[in-house]
Write a protein that binds this ligand. Sequence first.
Ligand code: NDP
Length: 300
Amino acid sequence: MARLIDGTMIAQKVRAEVAQGVLKLSEVKPGLATVLVGDDPASQAYVSSKQKACAQVGITSFGRHLSATASQAEVEAAVRELGQDPAVHGILVQLPLPAHLNEEAVLSCVPLEKDVDGFHPINLGRLAMKGREPLFVPCTPAGCIRLLQETGVQLAGAEAVVVGRSNIVGMPAALLLVRQDATVTIVHSRTRSMAEAIRRADVLVVAIGKPRFVTREMVKPGAVVIDVGINRISDPSSPRGSRLVGDVDFEGVSQVAEAITPVPGGVGPMTIAMLLQNTLTAARHAVTLAPSSTTSVVDK
Ligand code: NDP
């Protein structure tokens, strides 16, 4: 039976590290701004859980909530204003944006040094380049690497397979694994002989958004499995009538894997923890680069 990789516990450890770092950073109080456009309940819930997490580690939250009908210019202006606020060290634009908005243009208004989501093309480009260091790494893939490091698995030389190639999870996860000297295969919806590719993995990261897609037969015995997927499936036996499952069939795969993340309680808690860590990093950079005023020009 596989070891459980306890994301809740490891995220707690990261949060405690961040809280310590915030205390030590006497020159400035780190600030994270969230930009929310529209009234999607899931996005609102994410934003409020990020704000709560900030409060727990001593990071100040700044919230900008724009209406679902806000124009491109209004959203860009809000992001630019936060970009100029010295009390704001990190800016997070809650995605997805309403369909009428150009996401790429909005994200490009986030200054590189406040890109705590790590989605700026320069940060992602540096991640892909040998000998270059991104200022920030996307939070979910960074969380996956931290989970792997905490398991003690040897990444250098390992066969790693990443299922999914999205900008926010699959591709940066693969780039991070390359930086850890793993030999990386990326599998996606057009991959032929997917099962054989997955079965070669010593380290398997799955991020496709398909409930319980990866089954026991596909996984090499002894593999370490990181399940990023979050899927709600119907479950008449649950009081809510539904429950969350990952992209990996946990029951089957945990019979053969050496270690595996659960869903929920695996990668999910790590994403916010890494966001807090990136915000602390941004505040440290700000102190190093321009130890000037920290007066806010936005409402708290
Ligand atoms: P996207 O939909 O952006 O990307 C999905 C990727 O999976 C694509 O690259 C796609 O391939 C690939 N894919 C889809 N179907 C298959 C298939 N049948 N076989 C192989 N590859 C397939 O999703 P995200 O990366 O944003 O998210 C993936 C999952 O991770 C979701 O469940 C999401 O909820 C979860 N997630 C969890 C987070 C957390 O904090 N734990 C954070 C972010 C996401 P192609 O490129 O060819 O279309």
